[in-house]
Structures are given as C-alpha cells and as structure tokens.
Design a protein around this ligand. Structure first.
Ligand code: HEM
Length: 400
C-alpha cells in the first residue's frame, strides 16, 4: 500500500467570491483532482472532503470523528456546549430522544395547514405586486413564522430570533469573533427567557419541546439545566438558517427550467419528488465539521488527531460515483434517499420532516398562484459555511 501523504498545501479557498454555479463547478473539479483537500483559510486551517463516500465514512464513525471540538468550519461555538450537535453518543442520545418525538408524522400533519397559511400569506403580496425578492421578502421571513408555531413562541419573538440569527451567521461568515460572541450571548438570553417563561406558565411537555427538555430524564436524573439551555439555544438557530438560503435556489432553478415549472403546475403531485431532488442538488451545508480523535488516512492523505474536517455535503450530493449525471435535475433517481442534504449518522437532521413540509408548501402555493415567474436581477449568494441565495429579485405573473 502507498504511504499516506502528509501534505499541507493550500488546495482551495472557501472565501472566493461565488456565483450561483461557481462553487459546484469547483467542487466537481475537486472531486476528481483533489477530493481530500487542505485549506489554510481560518485559524489553523482545515481539511475538506468533497466525495460522497469519504463524507459518509466520517458520518458513520462518530467514535473516531467527534463533534465535541467544533461542529463547523470555521469554529465559532465559543460560548458553551449546545446539544445535540456538540455532543457525541451516548450523551447525545438523551437529547435526540426528546427532540425526535416532536417531528412525528402526526405532529407534522397537524402543523401543515399553518405552515401553508404562512407560505400563502407571505407569497401573495409579492405576486400581487408582480415582483419581489424571494430570498429577502419570503425565505428570510417564512422560517420565523413556522418556528414560532412549532416552538409555541410569539411570532414577534421568533422574528427577533431570526434577525439575530441572520446577523450571527453574517458575523461567522466574515469571522468577526467579537460579534459572534456578542450575538450568541444574546441568543442565550432569549433561550433563557423562553425557559423562564415555561417555569412561570408551565406547558404540557407532550406539546412543547422546551417543556419536554426541562422535564426529561436521562439515566434517572434530569438533564442538566445548562445543557437544556444550550439545547434550546441550538434549536433557535438550526431551524432558521438552512431554509432561508435554500428556498431561493428552487426558484432560480425553476426560472431556468420553465418546462419543469410548467410540469409541476400541471401535476402538483410531483412537487415532493422535485423538492427532494432540489435538496440533493442545492443542499445548503458545506462547513459542518468533525475532528479526528486519532491520526487517520483518508484518500491517501494523513489527517492528524485534533485537525478539523469539513464535510462538504454540497459537493458529496453531486458525486457522479453515487448519483450518475449528478449535476442534472432528474426525477425519481433510484438512490435519491441516500442524499446528504440532511447529513447522516447520529446527527442526521431531526427537522427534516418539517423542512420538507416547508419546501413543498412553498412550491405548491407559489406555482398554484402564478402562471409564470422569473429571476429579473442579480442573485446574491450566501458565503461559506452555507451555500445558497441571499437575494433573488423576481417577477411574478399571477394566475388569471
Ligand atoms: C432545508 C432545511 C434544513 C436542512 C438542509 C438541514 C440540514 C441539517 C444537517 C445537514 C444537519 C447535520 C449537521 C451535521 O452533520 O453536523 C442538521 C442537523 C440539525 N438540524 Fe437541520 N436542516 C434543515 C432544517 C431544520 C429544521 C427546520 C430544524 C428544526 C426545527 C432543524 C434542526 C436541526 C437540529 C436540532 C440538528 C442537530 C441534530 C443533532 O446534532 O443530532 N433543521 N440539519
């Protein structure tokens, strides 16, 4: 067997300016030329895995690849441990057991009409006006409403959380550590206020996720209050960020592919299948990270214990070794369920069923209420660690 290579050349820069297509073009090349890449961007540098099988291998070995050191590249969790993302099993399991109960089919079906109402309520003014920015005016607002309903919070509070999370993510993207810490503390204060409110006016733990975490036990003892706080704080942000950058990508795709938009208008029962393929094509996370607990060799390169590894889901999902013709939209891929838009292994996104409802209702309502739509201005892209859109100016033709 060939000796592993210990090579710290700077192979790529995650902060290069991007267009809607440039990152995927680069990742396609990286999958062939340099699938296990090194970047010296950010303090201390990091590794990035671009191929599906390498990413999957890391996800399936949480004993070797931990999330407890840092769960994103760049590292920004300076203000405390936040379950479930920052924990490994078995500690992680206690929190997931509670969280998973809130995403059952029955609960999702009960929430769906409200999600649809929010979608319709936010889309209609844009359609009436004939134009609007689907990222700014819709995708950055819609998740706060859904989140408020899911988390039993007043909408104004969810909107405030959304605003702070957006500033927080922007601060992370430009590595503004002082502001990351300041905004994270603010989110902790809000999480604490939600917990205090539940103490003052208790809710049924079967109906409210915060109350369920407060009431939960693990091995006969209640979950530690600081970890319950960290978990609520984690949930406040995770559910908001991905939908905000993802939704615009579906609209850009449909603007570029009017035949597909027409087909989905005529056959709305095909929308869930289209959403699933959009998730594969445009999955928004590329900087979720693990740290090797011991020296490991991936793709012939030696990664030392303690070095962060970014799992570039955005690339893995187009890996032609797993998804033939991976850059292209195709209905009903036989192995579509293997995509990693929601991650994999123990940290697989618990919110995936809600995320799917959000995306499906968005497209159902948008397509039913319009006869056409198109992008009519410059698209602004999010930056690493997310991939997706921050601004998508659009024109809408209302359905007669
Ligand atoms: C398009 C929408 C979404 C996408 C693409 C997405 C994607 C992901 C991914 C890739 C992970 C795994 C992170 C890792 O591997 O380190 C994750 C974890 C997580 N997501 Fe989502 N997510 C979405 C929406 C949501 C929503 C709506 C919620 C909650 C309301 C949510 C809650 C969480 C939580 C709590 C975790 C941590 C799970 C754990 O550590 O066990 N997500 N998500």
């Amino acid at each position: 067997m060939a000796e592993p290579v210990r090579d710290l050349t700077h192979d790529f820069d995650p902060l290069e300016p991007e267009t809607f297509t440039s990152a995927h073009a680069l990742y396609r090349e990286m999958r062939t030329r340099c699938p296990v890449a090194r970047s010296e961007t950010y303090d201390g540098g990091f590794w990035a895995l671009f191929r599906y099988e390498d990413v999957k291998h890391v996800l399936e070995n949480p004993a070797v690849f931990t999330t407890t050191v840092q769960n994103t590249v760049p590292k920004f969790a300076f203000t405390g441990r936040r379950p479930p993302l920052h924990l490994d099993p078995p500690e992680h399991t206690a929190y997931r057991r509670v969280i998973n109960r809130f995403f059952t089919k029955g609960r999702m079906a009960a929430l769906e009409p409200r999600v649809r109402e929010f979608a319709a309520g936010l889309l209609q003014p844009l359609i009436d006006a004939g134009k609007g920015d689907i990222a700014v005016d819709y995708a950055q607002k819609f998740p706060a409403h859904v989140f408020a309903a899911f988390f039993n919070l007043p909408t104004e509070l969810a909107e405030l959380i959304k605003e702070i999370s957006a500033e927080y993510v922007a601060a992370i993207q430009v590595v503004d550590t002082d502001n990351v810490v300041r905004l994270s503390r603010r989110l902790y204060e809000i999480a604490q206020a939600v917990i205090d409110e539940r103490h003052a006016r208790p809710m049924d733990p079967a109906e409210d996720l915060t109350s369920a975490l407060m009431a939960a036990e693990y091995e006969g003892a209640p979950l530690p209050p600081d970890m319950v706080l960290g978990c609520v704080r984690q949930l406040l942000v995770t559910g908001m960020v991905a939908p905000s950058v993802f939704i615009g990508t579906m609209f850009v795709h449909l603007s570029n592919d009017p035949d597909l938009a027409r087909l989905l208008r005529e056959r709305p029962e095909r929308i869930p299948a289209a959403v699933e393929e959009f998730l594969r094509l445009y999955g928004p996370y590329r900087g979720m990270a693990r740290t090797a607990r011991e020296d490991v060799v991936i793709g012939g390169r030696l990664i030392k214990a303690g070095e962060p590894i970014a799992l570039v889901y955005t690339s893995a999902n187009r890996d032609e070794r797993v998804f033939p013709d991976g850059e292209t939209f195709r209905f009903d891929r036989p192995n579509l369920s293997r995509h990693l838009a929601f991650g994999g292994g123990v940290h697989t996104c618990p919110g995936a069923p809600l995320a799917r409802i959000m995306m499906i209702t968005t497209l159902e309502e948008a397509l039913a209420r319009t006869s056409s739509f198109e992008v009519c201005g410059e698209i602004a892209m999010a930056r690493w660690a997310e991939w997706g859109t921050n601004s998508v100016p659009m024109r809408f033709e209302a359905r007669a």
